[in-house]
Design a binder for this molecule. Structure first.
Ligand code: DC
Length: 222
């Protein structure tokens, strides 16, 4: 096993942006596990598979190939070879991804896939259960949070930059709903690992947040 940095936290807490900056500066591979849950969700929506159709979900999981690739200086997410980077951020996926991530077979399958991906490389992996469930022995554990209004504002800005047009009120409602489902589900709910460092990023810039995380990692890596 390589060096593992686990970054967990609420929706819109800055996990994605921080992870990207830290990975580049410290030469770690990023793995966005939320994107993996989003890929499964997209596949289920496209094939009209319902939450209770376990067999069909298993079939999707068995045939799924998720890749994170650098293309044209951008990070792309590929689902069975198809670029789904923007599609997995759509309103439909946003609304269905938390319920999908409560399904036991989905969680077990993806957690194993995540462990495989980190087998021989140094990674920074972001999600909801990385420090508690996927890598309980991670070298560094970070838990990011911010107020719900601040997180919704960030998602709103991020969507705008990507040409995705969802009203602010709708994003706020979705973030609140996802917070609730993510932290109340039966299997591997979102919670801070006792040994994770808690960072409240309300009012902090991405750069300040990234520097704080780099400092914590460097201290552990010494
Ligand atoms: O980080 P994100 O917003 O892209 O994550 C999308 C959803 O995926 C989130 O609402 C909960 C789920 N998720 C999870 O259950 N476990 C993870 N390790 C990562 C994401």
């Amino acid at each position: 096993m390589g060096f593992v940095v686990a970054v967990d936290g609420t929706a819109g807490s800055g996990k994605g942006s921080i992870t990207k900056i830290v990975a580049e500066r410290l030469n770690l591979k990023t793995i966005d596990t939320g994107a993996m849950y989003r890929c499964v969700t997209l596949a289920m929506l496209e094939q009209n598979v319902k939450l209770e159709e376990t067999e069909k979900i298993m079939e999707i999981l068995k045939n799924i190939k998720i890749e994170f690739v650098d293309e044209d200086k951008e990070k792309k997410v590929k689902l069975n070879g198809r670029d789904v980077t923007l599609k997995i951020r759509s309103k439909e996926v946003n609304e269905f991804v938390s319920p999908v991530s409560t399904v036991r077979v989905v969680r077990e399958y993806l957690a194993n896939m995540q462990r495989e991906m980190a087998k021989s490389i140094d990674v920074i992996m972001e999600g909801r259960d990385i420090g508690t469930n996927v890598f309980p022995n991670a070298d560094v554990k970070i838990y990011l949070d911010a107020t719900v209004e601040e997180r919704a504002k960030r998602r709103f800005r991020q969507n705008k930059e990507n040409g995705i047009d969802i009203p602010f009120e709708e994003i706020l409602k979705n973030v609140k709903e996802r917070d609730y489902i993510d932290s109340h589900r039966e299997i591997a709910p979102l919670t801070k690992a006792p040994d994770a460092v808690y960072i409240d990023s309300t009012g902090m810039t991405i750069e300040e947040e990234a520097e704080e995380v780099i400092k914590i990692i460097n201290e552990k890596r010494k």
